[in-house]
Design a protein around this ligand. Structure first.
Ligand code: FAD
Length: 348
């Protein structure tokens, strides 16, 4: 089949990788370049926060997330970057005055899914054994099964793979005005395909009434004095901090969550909040260097849940919100299973 994908961000790249395995010919359209930073998928920390996201989300994301976690290793293997995946659990801690909130947070997770009973409380000695650099904290919880995908490596390597593939045409810097059943409208021209996918993230808001952007700000720091090996969260009544380790003492610090589609640079207030929480986590961050700050918007629907819309010759996928890496592989799998292969006369 000749298939077009509008929006080559996280969902678009995963769609293309899956469809190529079935031998389809793919045309990718993106308003940005293949290595650009416009996609939220390029900003993301890539945490696979299976349990920790449940506090403020529906338990359905747990099942979707579990499936995605099973799918990521083979996807990254296909791209030749299996080491971009880490699943060694995560840690959540708090300041002593916030331990009640921390206990409440864990109790909420346990009430939502049975598997959360595997979450383990850690005292100072147990924290020190797991993450020696966090041993000044007296209480934390270890959340098993959580992990991370190196989001930027995935996005970059997927771009290289797709650009080199003989069945792929990538229309870079080519904005799509509309996606209709069986056609892509770009530059006021309509082009027909056997099937089209709309995965433009926030860029689909012209055709999805209830789509909004939720601003997120992250900082990248190089901290040679700090050795934290797992995604680590700090619970705080006013903000939630996470630290996602990358190779060579680099850490992604995030993320704010603000109800606006403003993508302007990181604010002073957000920087102060993120950095003071960071410093309280480990004093070794005092001498860290801030190497990058990034802002983007999470594509979010009214119910904060992902949505697959199936039409004749068209599928829309959107609303991955703050869980794109946690959910996209399973959402894409479901969209392909229930949509394209239902077409009469088409065999996968
Ligand atoms: C700060 C931040 C941190 C995050 N951290 C995490 C995390 O740790 N874990 C996690 O699971 N998720 C995280 N996310 C969420 C995740 O990044 C998103 O859910 C995911 O990227 C959404 O995927 P998408 O493909 O729908 O959109 P995107 O990745 O944004 O891709 C959309 C693509 O469509 C293109 N496009 C837009 N308009 C047009 C147009 N008109 N024509 C053609 N192309 C167009 C864009 O250029 C882009 O390439 C984070 C998001 C942010 C902002």
């Amino acid at each position: 089949m000749n298939i077009a994908i509008a929006g080559a961000g996280l969902v678009g790249r995963l769609l293309a990788l899956n469809l190529l395995q079935e031998g389809h010919r793919i045309a990718l359209y993106d308003a940005d370049s293949a290595y650009g930073e416009a996609a939220a998928g390029m900003t993301a920390a890539g945490m696979l926060a299976l349990f920790a996201e449940l506090e403020s989300a529906e338990s359905v994301i747990f099942d979707i997330g579990k499936r995605s976690i099973a799918l990521w290793p083979s996807l990254l293997e296909q791209l030749g970057i299996p080491d971009a995946y880490q699943q060694e659990g995560s840690i959540i801690t708090a300041h002593p005055q916030d331990y009640r909130e921390l206990d409440h947070f864990i109790a909420t997770l346990r009430a939502k899914v049975a598997e959360a009973s595997e979450i383990r409380m850690l005292d100072a000695a147990a924290i020190g054994a797991l993450e020696p650099d966090l041993s000044q904290h007296r209480k934390a919880f270890f959340i098993p099964h959580e992990g991370q995908v190196d989001a930027q490596r995935f996005m970059q390597r997927a771009a290289e793979y797709l650009l080199e593939h003989p069945l792929v045409t990538w229309h870079q810097r080519c904005g799509v005005e509309r996606v209709e059943e069986g056609s892509i409208i770009s530059g006021h021209k309509s082009r027909s395909y056997d099937w089209v996918f709309d995965s433009r993230g926030l860029g689909a808001n012209v055709q999805l009434d209830d789509l909004r952007g939720v601003r997120g700000e992250v900082l990248w720091v190089d901290a040679p004095e700090v050795r934290i090996s797992r995604p680590t969260r700090m619970l705080h009544p006013r903000y939630k901090l996470y630290i996602v380790p990358r190779p060579n003492h680099r850490y992604i610090i995030g993320a704010t969550e603000i109800e606006t589609e403003d993508k302007s640079p990181v604010s002073v207030r957000s920087s102060l909040e993120l950095l003071s929480a960071l410093y309280s986590m480990h004093t070794g961050f005092a001498e860290a260097r801030i190497v990058k700050s990034v802002t983007n918007c999470r594509p979010t629907l009214r119910d904060n849940l992902p949505r697959i819309e199936q039409y004749e010759k068209m599928t829309r996928i959107n609303g991955l919100y703050r869980h794109g890496y946690l959910m996209a592989p399973a959402v894409v799998e479901q969209a392909l299973n229930e949509g394209i292969y239902k077409m009469e006369g088409v065999t996968a």
